[in-house]
Write a protein of this length. Structure first.
Length: 370
């Protein structure tokens, strides 16, 4: 390996606090699959696939967002002027950081945060204030206090990596406490999987709080992770400001066609959500029966207090991969994405085998001694 140039050395120094992303990779096995990336196990709806195929013939032209924005606006109950489409929700994070953060400005996150929020803030040279979670949930009082004098508060609900969600009444009270000159970014990537009691009235909140940006993605319940489609819901004035910083034609024509096809895919998406919730409940019940600590999740994954070195090898033998919690700020835990039924049955079988062998009891005893 050649020696690093001064340019590379300087870049590495700037990025020293930013961890590299490590994608999950499954191995071969009877139930092979990633339970590590929070992807949809069912894929997009047939109507969405048909729309994508039809769009292939038109990719010689630059994309037109108008109809796709109208579809998403109608579903959210807001005007199209309140929608900004982005190349995945991650692009929105970087846009928000580039527009609202700078050296000397403060960004507030939970601890552990959703890592992209922290990364985008640090790249903008902002000061990052971390407010520790309480039992896996956001400390809203602590975050509201930290918001005084801050430029941005990042608030994923349901949270990644714990899956906990903020009750709508608590969210409304929190927004009333945040100063009007501090932007609140409410990330609802996993909203569809949350119980209705954890799904706030976003149109009403946007009308009451001009400093609110709601972040969503079509990677999860729409199953479009490979197309990279995200969007913001915000006051038109905020959308206009962010649109200036976004590259032209940020979202490709096939992705826009998929959004339009999704207008008639409600039944498929409802099926996807229902099956994920069913398998999430089965896994939660199994973890509880085996005495394994976990966070009550409203997302399409569960974070469980399991040693990755213990559970990883037997899962790998079945071709399954879960996310080590150390990658996400939860050492000694794993995050388990909800897959299709045979994969989840294989995972539960591994847990039972470890329990019968006494390995889970030994792990819990070790954790209690620490």
């Amino acid at each position: 390996m050649t020696a690093a140039t001064p340019l590379v050395t300087a870049a590495r120094a700037r990025l020293r606090d930013i961890p590299a992303y490590r994608p999950g990779r499954p191995g071969p096995g009877p139930a092979s699959g990633k339970l590590s990336s929070n992807e949809s196990p069912f894929g997009p709806a047939p109507a969405v696939r048909a729309a994508m195929a039809a769009a292939a013939g038109a990719v010689g032209h630059y994309p037109d967002e108008y109809r796709a924005r109208a579809v998403l606006a109608a579903r959210a109950g807001v005007p199209p002027s309140s929608i900004l489409l982005t190349n995945g929700s991650d692009e929105l994070c970087y846009l928000l950081a580039s527009v609202f953060l700078a050296p000397g400005r403060v960004a507030v996150v939970g601890d552990p945060p959703y890592q992209i929020d922290a990364t985008a803030s640090l790249l903008a040279r902002a000061t990052l204030v971390r407010v520790p979670l309480r039992d896996g949930a956001h400390d809203l009082a602590g975050m509201a206090a930290a918001a005084r004098g801050a430029a941005v508060v990042w608030l994923p609900s349901p949270h990644n990596p714990t899956g906990t969600a903020v009750p709508p009444a608590d969210l409304a009270a929190f927004l009333r406490q945040v100063p009007a000159d501090c932007l609140v970014v409410l990330d609802e990537a996993y909203r569809a999987f949350a119980d209705p009691a954890y799904q706030p009235d976003i149109a009403a909140l946007l009308a009451a709080h001009p400093n609110l940006v709601v972040q969503r993605t079509l990677s999860k319940d729409w199953a479009l992770a490979g197309l990279r489609v995200g969007y913001a819901l915000a006051a038109p004035e905020l959308v206009e400001v962010l649109a200036r910083a976004r590259p032209p034609f940020s979202v490709n024509a096939v992705a826009l066609a998929a959004i339009e096809g999704g207008a008639s895919a409600g039944a498929w998406q409802a099926m996807t959500v229902a099956r994920v919730r069913e398998q999430r409940s089965l896994l939660a019940n199994e973890l509880g029966r085996l005495g394994v600590d976990f966070f009550a999740s409203q997302a399409n994954f569960i974070a469980a207090r399991l040693d990755p070195a213990l559970i990883g090898p037997p899962l790998a033998a079945s071709g399954l991969a879960v996310r080590p919690g150390a990658d996400l700020g939860l050492p000694g835990w794993v995050r388990i994405s909800i897959g299709w039924a045979p994969q989840m049955a294989a995972l539960r079988a591994v847990l039972r085998e470890l329990s019968q062998a006494g390995a889970l009891d030994h792990q819990q005893a070790e954790q209690a001694r620490r």
